[in-house]
Design a protein around this ligand. Sequence first.
Ligand SMILES: Cc1ncc(COP(=O)(O)O)c(C=O)c1O
Length: 407
Amino acid sequence: MFFANPKATRQPYPEALRTIMSVEKANESRQWLAQWSRLNASATPLYELPDLAAELGVAQILLKDESQRSVLGSFKALGAPIALVRLILRTFPEQRFLPRDLLEGKHADALAGFTVISATDGNHGRALAAAAQSIGCQCHIVLHANVSIEREEAIAAYGATIVRITGNYDESVEAAAALAAAHDWIVVSDTSYEGYEVIPRDVMQGYGTISAEVLEALQADAPVTHVFLQGGVGGLAAGIASYLWEQYGERRPVFVVVEPKQADCLYQSAVEGRAAKATGSVDSVMAGLACGETSPLAWRFLEPCVDFFMTIEDDEAVTAMRRLAAGSARDIPLVAGESGVAGLAGLMHVIAAQGVAADLGIDTDSRVLVVNTEGATAPGVYAELLGESAVVVQQRQEAWTTAVGEN
Ligand SMILES: Cc1ncc(COP(=O)(O)O)c(C=O)c1O
């Protein structure tokens, strides 16, 4: 399904939005997070995939590989940790904590009784748990029925207390809010709701690091023409798109948001003209994107700048995972998880569909950016879907890199 958004504009980044999320604040988040030992020190790679670009008939495909952001395996390491730091700074202003000291656990004694909680499909919870552990505060994570045991174990490994519910993602959000109210804990969510916007804003702003690094890597190169971003509640897309919109103004790239067909809340928001709910079962192999409700705060940014909303089938994500894992003579083999490939799967879908690429202005001159938002964050699921483990793909990548180096 495709929907051309009639509300998308080409005006400069509006002042009303800049007061909420800005390049300036995103850059400050980036600077603070650079002091966290659990993030890799260097920027994540921006790979060029020339063979895939030739197959799809575009000039260039650039893939920003967030699987290499940290040991946590996804871009979410940029969100919850900075939101937690900012939350602590706001809650205890008289303490004059420094972000670096917090992330190094220097105030663990003072914060031992401070508790945060969140509902999660996996990656956000893992990032929040890891940040809470580094800082030395308490963390509870509420998991819905479809979160796999291996994702649960990966979160528990960072010391979080796990609360399992029988319902879906949206019910886990409600359960986290109820527990927080009962115990006076603070919800650190990546999605907003009425009266709850500051923390999800900080989470989204953290994702601006991805855009900042892309711009640095491109430098004098021509800007990308199209950006395909996968959508869960919309935070990733809003964090990345708002940064690029502010930087490029009217000359911003075309933004396309891609969701699983069963979890199409952003697509439905575009159709209805307001933050809306998904129409499907909200159960997808793309676990990180299996969200039933749009984040209203994210929607304020997406509605005026996303040109196109679309949905894909689960098996299209698996096809894209396989293509990246295989690599080719000129394309590095890559480990990309189920949700990680959705943007690329969207591009592949557009190229295969009659006439849609032309509607989007995609042609042989297009330079397309996609973001691999996660590696094999559920290694068992990855191996089952691809018939080979992420370790084998990693070995293929190493062999490819060596061979390229020798030529
Ligand atoms: C790997 C991955 N990609 C993309 C997303 C989508 O992010 P958002 O919910 O902010 O739209 C998620 C969300 O959990 C995710 O885990």
